[in-house]
Design a protein around this ligand. Structure first.
Ligand code: ADP
Ligand code: ADP
Ligand code: MG
Length: 494
């Protein structure tokens, strides 16, 4: 039985895992890079280990060091979160060699599904529909181009080892092929040290619909319905919701049953997500499987009432779940907005700064998954996602309304974020009508552009900047010469 878990991640996801462990009376060991010493995951774990300064390879991706810390601290298991080492089979193997439990699927499942090529071959063998394309061994440019012409433009080039939207390039005409291939290979090599690619027919204006799966430790497979993640920029999700307005009961059943069939077909264990692409005619195709917890898992938790991290731990313990598929219900509607430190009016480029989080309205029910504290510095070393805001409503309309209120309630000052952009997205006629697809952000660019901020918004930004200045003054050596009582007087004076 798992009694103590090392969490090999940072920020909101590490904090999220700690919360479930606390509820289950499981001890937690956190790890943090020196610069993250004051973040929630470093502070809230029962025990935390400083990984020191250095590159990602020396800190959060330092497999041997992380396993050594787990052993020294008598952990039974390691939870990898998402990103980082969550889909790294070397890490997974080493964990097992050290007699620790990896909270996730088997090495074989990650190996098979982590590669877009091998997973597509397996899906074809299982009779699952995949996007037409080429995923052969021959990677010479001549052959690839010939295959692209055979598929017919537009074609999408993808890195077989890809993730996070990296290495993807659309080719609309034959003369663009060479440059796009070179760019894709370059990006893939940088990100994954592997520049193999595959080709897919590029589907115009599809929806991204995915199905959450969890398989227990005894070979029982369950689906937790769908999530619609069509609102994306640079192939990365921005708003996710469940249920999807694009599915009627029969299509929902068919997609969920297909996902369960995949879990059975690969003898899966633990949490995973099958991503599908749904075209405008209602046909769906397997896109990829993410063999881990997903960023957007909270919306599923809200409508089903299950704690997916708890289920991951139970599965890793080898336990059978004590419920049946019929016990899992989809109730109401949930939406998640990813709050990014980025500038939507400047190509979504990441921004930096010192954040000051202000929650101003406690009258709305919202879940804020955030690993940062007031005064945290935002660097470009990590993912620009600052937090996730998740709300629930009886129906979609109510959930959108709740999200607008929640977005007004949570303000991140001191750095440019996409908060106002999210509000514009949610307020867009087509979004309100559920008329969305993965190219929505690009196609509706004009209607989503920046308007001058209201006086109220300017006041908040100004207040945040002031607050941020005050915090740094309060933490300075100069102020620390004063007694705590004097400090209180200074703060009260703000
Ligand atoms: P999700 O569907 O959960 O949003 P993403 O594919 O967008 O999944 O990735 C989740 C997180 O993991 C993001 O922060 C992304 O940058 C990171 N990520 C995903 N795949 C990889 C990978 N192969 N290597 C490094 N980081 C990755
Ligand atoms: P990643 O591993 O980077 O998440 P995916 O294969 O899941 O890569 O694709 C990410 C996104 O790219 C999808 O959500 C979708 O918006 C778009 N996409 C992927 N494949 C296709 C395709 N064949 N046609 C159109 N869009 C696609
Ligand atoms: Mg994906």
């Amino acid at each position: 039985m798992i009694k103590k878990i090392l969490i090999a991640n940072r920020g909101e996801i590490a904090k999220r895992i700690i919360e479930t462990c606390n509820r289950l009376d499981i001890e937690t060991v956190g790890i943090y890079a020196q610069d993250d010493a004051k973040l929630a995951h470093a502070e809230e774990a029962d025990f935390s280990v400083n990984l020191g300064r250095g590159t990602l390879a020396q800190t959060y991706l330092n497999q041997d060091k992380i396993i050594k810390i787990a052993k020294e601290n008598n952990c039974d298991a390691i939870h990898p979160g998402y990103g980082f080492l969550s889909e790294n089979t070397d890490f997974c193997k080493k964990i097992k060699e050290n007699n620790l439990i990896f909270i996730g699927p088997s090495v074989a499942a990650i190996e098979l599904m982590g590669d877009k090529k091998t997973s597509k071959i397996k899906m074809e063998a299982l009779g699952i529909p995949v996007v037409p394309g080429y995923h052969g061994e021959d990677q010479t440019e001549g052959i690839l181009k010939e295959k692209a012409e055979g598929i017919g433009y537009p074609v999408l080039i993808k890195a077989t080892a890809g993730g996070g939207g990296k290495g993807m390039r659309i080719v609309r005409e034959s003369n663009e092929f060479s440059d796009a291939l070179a760019a894709s290979k370059r990006e893939a090599m940088n990100a994954f040290s592997n520049d193999k690619v595959l080709l897919e027919k590029y589907i115009e204006k599809p929806r991204h619909i995915e199905v959450q799966l969890v398989s227990d430790g005894k070979g029982n497979h369950f689906h937790f319905f769908e999530r619609e993640c069509s609102i994306q920029r640079r192939y990365q999700k921005v708003i996710e919701e469940t249920p999807s307005v694009a599915l009627d009961e029969s299509l929902r059943e068919e997609m969920c049953a297909t996902a369960v069939k995949i879990a059975e077909g690969i003898d899966y264990q633990g949490a995973g997500t099958i991503e599908f692409i749904l075209d405008q005619d209602g046909a769906f195709y397997f896109l990829e499987m993410n063999t881990r917890l997903q960023v957007e898992h909270p919306v599923t938790e809200m409508v089903t009432g299950f704690d997916l991290v708890e289920l991951q731990i139970e599965a890793a313990n080898g336990e059978a779940f004590d419920f049946k598929q019929e016990d899992i219900e989809q109730m109401g509607h949930a939406i998640e907005c990813r709050i990014y430190a980025e500038d939507p009016d400047n190509e979504f480029l990441p921004t930096t700064g010192r954040i000051q989080k202000i929650e101003v309205d406690a009258s709305t029910d919202y879940r804020l998954d955030c690993g940062y504290y007031d005064g945290s510095s935002i660097s470009t070393n990590y993912d620009p996602m600052l937090a996730k805001l998740i709300v629930y409503g009886e129906d979609r309309e109510e959930a959108i309304e709740q999200m607008q209120i929640a977005l007004n309630s949570v303000v991140f000052g001191g750095t440019k974020t996409n908060r106002d952009y999210l509000k514009r997205l949610l307020n867009h006629d087509k979004f309100l009508a559920g008329d969305i697809h993965t190219h929505f952000i690009e196609d509706e660019k004009v209607g989503l552009t920046f308007e001058d901020p209201s006086e109220e918004e300017l006041a908040v930004v100004f207040a945040c900047a002031l607050q941020s200045e005050l915090t740094s003054i309060m933490n300075s050596a100069w102020v620390n010469r004063f007694t705590p009582t004097d400090k209180t007087i200074i703060v009260a004076g703000e």
